[in-house]
Structure formats: C-alpha cells, structure tokens
Design a protein around this ligand. Structure first.
Ligand code: IPM
Ligand code: MN
Length: 364
C-alpha cells in the first residue's frame, strides 16, 4: 500500500506524525507492507513561492502533483488553513480542488462517542451516539458557480448556485444505502436530510432519487426524512435514533460540526473523502489550530481515527481483510486510551500529543 502524506499547515504535521506512528506499529502486528511519500503542500509553501496572501495568484497545488497523487492507494491529510492567508485560497486551491479532481464524491463522517469521552449532551453515553453521516462532496453550493456584479456599489448582486444533479444525488444515496446494509445495525435505517419545504427544486431531486432507489433496490432498509433544521434539533435531543444519514454538501458540512461536538469535539472527529473506485483522502475534521502549533498539546486522536478509517476503507476497496482488521485494531486501541485521558481538548488531555500516540501504540 502506497500512501501520500500531506501534513499541511499548523498542527497538521504534528497530528499526522502520530497517525504514522500508529500505522507503523499496526503494520508490524497485522503483517502488511506499506510506503509513504510526504508532499509539501499548504500555506507555507504558497507564501514561500510568492503567492499573494490576499487573493489566489499562483496554484496551491500543481497539475503534476495531482497527477502523482492519482497513483497512490490513499492520501493522508493533516490540516489546511493559514492565519496569514485570506479565507478561500487554500480551501478552494487545495482541499476542494483535490476533492473535485479526484472525484471524492463521498465525505464519510462517523459520529461515535468513545468510552470515557465527555459529551455536552446530558444523560447520553456511547450506546446513544453511534451513527454515520454520508455527505455528498462534489456538488451543491461548493461548485463555485455564480458570481458577483456591481461589486462595491450599493447595487451589488451576488449569486451562489446550488448545483444539484440527479447523477450526483443518486451516487451518494446508493453509497449510503449500501453502507446501511453493511453496518447492519438493528435500526437498518437511512435518514435523508434536506430542506424540501423551501429548496423545492434541488430538494425534490434528492427526495425522488432517495425514494425511488430505496423502494426498488433497498426494500430491506427503512427510509426516514428530516428537514435540516429539525435534524439539528434531533441530533441533540435523540442522537440514538440515527443509524446512517445522507445529505447534500453544505448541509453535511454544517450538521457534521454539530455531530462532532456531541462525540467529544474536533479533537476526536475524523472524516474520509471517498472515491469508491479511485483515490480517497482521510483527514481529521479539525483545522490547523495555529495557536497550538509546535506546543505538543494538540489532540492527535482525530488523525489516528482518520488512519483507522484509511486502513478500513482501503481494505473494503481492495477486498483486503488484513487492512480492515488493522483499521479495527487501531480503533479498538483508541477506545482503550480515551478513558485514560482527562479531556479531548487541546492542552487539557493530561497527556501530550506524542504521549497520546505512544499510548495508542502501546494499546495495540
Ligand atoms: C470541512 C471543512 C471544509 C468544507 C472547508 C475547509 C472548505 O469545513 O471539511 O468540513 O467546508 O468542506
Ligand atoms: Mn466543515
């Protein structure tokens, strides 16, 4: 297995180092070979190459680098974001560009409360918080369609188009139905989240695709629907109700930050940008956390969890049970360590970044 490693900015390289430490240990135990290549990509390189911090003036990633990334089995990403660079430059120039060009059309975000991890939800525990969100990752308002006219005048007009295709909705929905079947939880339920009462065009495309596919191809799976605003309420009130959730790009972005906080915060939340037939990219959901950079206090659990996902999903993709098993072992080791930590928040863990990595390795 060949893995491309993109440490990125801020605390990205620190948390990625812990995930790689765990990879090395689990590879020895489970008995598989791998190699890693580091790619120097991110805000620091953009500035060093003469990039304008105020607007995108040069590519953040080059076409040749994207071509190289296509040859790997998986990509392991630390964090994107730099305090000196205007919002949007790195996000669009690196993260979104990779998601789109590698056609990583699923953003898979497990929401699982590990043992001993504090949730802000009163009277809820690990048995109540264990679901997964399938976020469409290449369409919606993320495509950058639209524009601005009469900018800077009182007549300024801007549009940001929600580009929804039946094709895009269908492939996300099918992936989610398949996942629901594979999870095989007693609920066996897929919840569509949208806003069909207001987005009567895009919402209706999702709604019809969801019901037609569900009825014809997945009669064994219970179908459920939430408006996105109501979903925010139910995630807090009744998280135990959910099994798998499927939703569009922006709604998925928003509800998974809410979901991350109920599973213990961005220190533990991981995600995978998945192309089921191509190259997928795994990342901790948190950002580059500039104020914690270099202090050895950031929580690497989300990055270690992203490594567990990388192993498991690559295993599913390649029908390789050794890798699936390795991913499960990493997650089991994490669940052994979370109860020994004081908190999942940076600087409050009772352990340093490197000590958390060491503890997970020891638990393997
Ligand atoms: C995420 C992030 C990104 C997104 C940003 C950094 C572009 O918030 O992965 O959820 O909006 O998708
Ligand atoms: Mn987000």
């Amino acid at each position: 297995m060949r893995i491309a490693v993109l440490g990125g900015d801020g605390t990205g390289p620190e948390v990625v180092a812990e995930g790689l430490k765990v990879l090395k240990a689990v590879a020895r135990k489970a008995g598989f070979d791998y190699s890693t290549d580091a790619f120097d990509l991110g805000g620091e390189r953009y500035l060093a190459a003469g990039g304008d911090p105020g607007k995108a003036s040069i590519p953040v990633i080059h076409d040749e680098e994207i071509a190289q990334l296509r040859t790997y089995d998986a990509i392991y990403l630390g964090a994107v974001g730099h305090p000196k660079i205007a919002p949007g430059i790195l996000e669009k120039g690196l993260l979104l560009r990779l998601r789109f060009e590698l056609d990583q059309y699923i953003n898979l975000r497990p929401v699982k409360l590990y043992p001993g991890v504090e949730t802000p939800l009163k009277d809820k525990g690990p048995s109540d918080i264990d679901f997964i969100v399938v976020r469409e990752n290449t369409e919606g308002i993320y495509t950058g369609m639209g524009g601005v006219q009469y900018k800077g005048t009182p007549a300024e007009v801007s549009t940001q188009i929600n580009c929804t295709t039946r094709f895009g909705a269908e492939r996300a929905i099918r992936y989610a139905f398949e996942l629901t079947r594979r999870r095989n939880s007693p609920k066996k339920q897929l919840t569509l989240v949208h806003k069909t009462n207001v987005l009567t065009f895009a919402g209706d495309t999702w709604w019809r695709a969801f019901n037609e596919i569900g009825e014809k191809e997945y009669p064994d799976i219970k179908r459920d629907y939430n408006h996105v605003d109501a979903c925010c309420m139910w995630f807090v009130k009744n998280p135990e109700f959910y099994d798998v959730v499927v939703t569009d790009n922006i709604f998925g972005d928003i509800i998974t930050d809410l979901a991350a906080v109920i599973q213990g915060g961005l220190g533990v939340a991981s995600g995978g940008n998945i192309n089921p037939r191509g190259v997928s990219m795994y990342e901790p959901m948190g950002g580059s956390a500039p104020k914690y950079t270099g202090l050895n206090v950031i929580n690497p659990m989300a990055a270690i969890g992203a490594m567990a996902m990388l192993l498991r999903e690559t295993g599913v993709h390649k029908h390789d049970t050794t890798l699936i098993d390795a991913g499960n072992r990493v997650e089991a080791a994490m669940m052994n360590i979370t109860p020994t930590m004081n908190s999942q928040a940076a600087g409050k863990m009772g352990l340093s970044t490197t000590q958390v990595g060491d503890a997970v390795v020891a638990a393997l």
